[in-house]
Design a protein around this ligand. Structure first.
Ligand code: AN0
Ligand code: CP
Length: 315
């Protein structure tokens, strides 16, 4: 039976996995034989730097081969709805395409962002579920419409690595942006934080509330200055509105992260998943300061993914 990785809920022991991934980092080539004669297919419907490169690196560390496919650039436009008369722009159906790709590969990683056209459809995760249904091989979520679990896994590894107290105060803050961005990163981070021993806060302007199926019992507030007090980690991310789906808030420069704001915390570590627009989301003086652990987050992506692939290979 395929062993999929869609979210933290597919992980039987998230804290155990964080510790295992940190160990793997000290011995990255110790399981090089596991992936011999195995192929990982990386299917991208959207752009990527970190996910693409760190996943290739993770596969190589395990001895796997990779095939990378940019669907929008090189592939046919896929239909995801059943029963359609396909006389428009969609050339093939996900039923055939996923089955073909699953035939060539032993594991498939999929990146498929939301369209922002229809919240219900986006939150149904048609691409990921279509691949799960028809590919016949394990599917790894490389950021879907609603979740980015490999990012959050690496984020928690990074917190674990840097925390100075048993139960740190972790604040995820909304920050401004010029475009409508998905809720996947904050949804996923919130979901993983449910399993982690921390005082977890989410702060954002009114109207930017996330889906409570992911935020659950996080402490929600609207005052960034207040939330930053005594914080040990500041996780910065923009997202567009969930309730007024895809709407953005303009002229919110007051929410940009600056060095002055970080100085009001308990010497907090600054986190962001990248890519980040400097001086829109985070000011130069903050991102270039000693507070930043952003590069550690990006580096840990390799080992978070390597652990997930290892678990699938040995299952
Ligand atoms: C994406 C997002 O916000 O979900 C990817 C982040 C990992 N960011 C952009 O599209 C800029
Ligand atoms: N953080 C992250 O997933 O980056 P990419 O979008 O560049 O892969």
């Amino acid at each position: 039976m395929p062993n999929h990785f869609f979210s933290v809920e597919d992980c039987p022991n998230p804290i155990g996995w964080i510790n295992e991934a940190l160990k793997l980092k000290n011995n990255p080539y110790g399981y090089k034989g596991l992936g011999i004669n195995k192929t990982l297919g990386l299917i991208f419907f959207n752009a990527s730097l970190r996910t693409r490169l760190s996943t290739i690196k993770a596969a190589q560390n395990l001895g796997m081969e990779t095939i990378t496919f940019d669907v929008k650039k090189d592939g046919w436009q896929l239909e995801t709805t059943d029963g359609r008369v396909m006389d428009g722009n969609h050339v093939e159906h996900i039923r055939e395409a996923a089955a073909v790709m699953g035939g060539y590969c032993d594991i498939l990683g999929i990146r498929a962002f939301p369209t922002f056209l229809n919240k219900k459809e986006d939150y149904l995760e048609k691409y990921l579920l279509g691949f799960r249904e028809y590919a016949g091989v394990p599917i790894v979520n490389l950021e879907s419409a609603t979740l980015h679990p490999l990012q959050s896994f690496a984020d928690l590894m990074t917190i674990e690595q840097h925390k100075k107290k048993k139960r740190p105060k972790v604040v995820m803050t909304w920050a401004p942006h010029v475009k409508a961005l998905p809720q996947a990163v904050p949804n996923s981070f919130s979901q993983w934080m449910q399993y982690y021993d921390a005082d977890f806060h989410i702060v954002h302007p009114k109207g930017m509330e996330l889906d409570i199926q992911f935020t659950k019992n996080a402490k929600l507030s609207y005052d960034q200055d207040q939330a930053f007090k005594e914080a040990d980690f500041i996780y910065v991310k923009n997202w567009s509105s969930y309730h007024n789906y895809g709407e953005i808030q303009k002229n919110r420069k007051d929410w940009m992260i600056t060095l002055e704001k970080l100085q009001s915390t308990a010497q907090a570590k600054l986190m962001h998943c990248l890519p980040v627009r400097r001086n829109v989301v985070i000011a130069d003086n903050a991102i270039d300061s000693h507070h930043s652990i952003i590069q550690d987050q990006a580096y840990n992506r390799v080992f978070a993914t390597q652990l997930v692939l290892k678990k699938i290979l040995i299952s």
